[in-house]
Ligand binder design. Structure first.
Ligand code: ZN
Length: 452
């Protein structure tokens, strides 16, 4: 197949040094739904040169297939300067790579004529266009991202002015982008920037229409949570129903249902129906409206949960079939969450139970590789703590501390303390206690090192 069997090296376009590089040419959404985001992210075929620091995309022939959207696109970069025959041979091989995986009954007319895209940009626009996303929408999203960046860098006394000046850009979508960014930054644990973001967030909520709306929804959600919590352990269907029936806004009704989904079951639904039958006039209409909302919201929540589960199953299947497991995990890193771990655990338990030793072994390898890749992406301090906590005995952990504590900044013991606190907060008090012991040992080691 094209280029795939060759030695995976490429010359750095800047300094011409050979760099390990595996071109990715086949993007088949039917085999791996997550590859679509990867393709759109611009991370595919990115070469990073360790010699000169160059980072950029390497042009390579590409084929993209999405059966649901009936997209079958090819792109051969002009700069490759391929003679016509060679180009046809390359495209033929790529088309074959896709066609091999299509069952007879999946053959459709669009598959017989792939659309050739002249640039990567037009190819990406075509894929987004199939989702109803226009170049104008992309430009507007970019402008919002730029504004977020500008706001984060601005001096505090210019924030009011900047917000006032950009009211039009600060809409629901803006807040969506902003909260994604906050989540990413929160993971980095940089407290100074988190404080700045807090100030900015308060201003955005207070000074814009979209912000005030979000602020109201947030307050409604908090009120609903407080009203439910007030009943504590005694919260049952009847008390839940009473809160629902007295709801004064759709936002509040919807907050109650999403917070206490398990109580909104068939039995509660019957209780509500009894109330409706006994009521009349305006009261009846209000109760019927609430019942409609219960129906719609629970159905939406269940469908979303099911879709998440299915996505996790297909992600797992893709990993089990991957030739390069580590690469497949790295490309899909943003999708691994507790849902995925649950699906992995269920499959492993089932494989063990059914005596499918080979499958069980494969699933374990997926779990272990995933842990390793996730670890590699974490700050070194966290990796270090994880390594300590995964040791079988305190002596082994102490040995590691003795050998490696000097690699870390002087405040490492405080960092260990903070991590222990957050372990406590997650209910992992045993791990937290272990870590505090290691922290004391680390402090002693640091003291001793000064005398050596
Ligand atoms: Zn280079």
């Amino acid at each position: 197949m094209v280029a795939l069997n060759q030695q995976p090296m490429a010359a750095c376009p800047n300094c011409r040094q050979p760099v390990p590089f595996q071109p990715q040419q086949v993007f088949d959404v039917s085999l791996n739904p997550a590859i679509k985001d990867y393709f759109l992210s611009g991370q595919a075929n990115l070469l990073q040169c360790p010699s000169c620091g160059f980072a950029g995309t390497i042009g390579t022939p590409i084929i993209y297939h999405d059966p649901e959207k009936e997209l079958f696109l090819t792109h051969v970069p002009v700069e490759l300067n391929l003679p016509r025959e060679e180009k046809e041979r390359v495209l033929g091989a790529l088309t074959q790579a896709i066609m091999r995986n299509i069952p007879q009954e999946g053959m459709k007319a669009y598959l017989f004529q792939p659309t050739e895209m002249l640039t990567m940009k037009s190819m990406i626009e075509k894929v987004l266009g199939a989702d109803g996303i226009t170049p104008e929408m992309i430009a507007s999203q970019q402008a919002k991202m730029n504004l977020v960046g500008q706001l984060l860098q601005a001096e505090e006394d210019t924030l009011d002015f900047l917000i006032q000046d950009n009211q039009k850009l600060i809409d629901e979508e803006f807040f969506g982008l902003f909260s994604q960014l906050i989540q990413n930054i929160a993971m980095s644990g940089d407290e100074e920037i988190m404080t700045r973001i807090g100030v900015l967030n308060d201003k955005l909520i207070a000074q814009t229409d979209a912000g005030r709306k979000i602020g109201d929804q947030q307050a409604t959600l908090e009120k609903a949570a407080a009203d439910l919590e007030q009943h504590g352990e005694k919260l049952d269907r009847k008390k839940f129903l009473k809160l629902l029936v007295n709801s004064e806004s759709d936002d509040y009704t919807s907050a109650l249902i999403s917070l206490a989904r398990p109580l909104a079951d068939y039995e509660m639904f019957m209780l509500l129906t009894e109330r409706i039958q006994a009521a009349s006039g305006e009261k009846k209409a209000k109760l019927e409206h609430i019942r409609d909302m219960v129906m719609t919201i629970t159905q939406e929540m269940d469908a979303a949960a099911q879709a998440r589960g299915e996505a996790m199953v297909s992600l797992l299947q893709m990993l089990l079939q991957a030739d390069d497991l580590e690469a497949a995990i790295t490309q899909n890193l943003q999708y691994f969450n507790d849902d995925f771990m649950a699906v992995l655990g269920q499959n492993l338990a089932a494989a063990n139970e059914n005596g499918q030793t080979e499958l069980a072994e494969k699933l374990r390898t997926v779990g272990e590789t995933l842990m390793r890749v996730v670890q590699q992406g974490m700050p070194p301090e966290i990796q270090f703590v994880n390594e300590l906590l995964s040791q079988e005995s305190p002596e082994e952990a102490q040995g590691i501390i003795r050998r490696r504590i000097s690699e870390f900044p002087a405040e490492m013991p405080q960092i260990m303390d903070q991590i222990a606190d957050s372990l406590d907060a997650q209910g992992q008090s045993e791990q937290a206690a272990k870590l505090r012991d290691y922290k004391e040992f680390a402090e002693k080691e640091i003291m001793m090192a000064k005398w050596r």
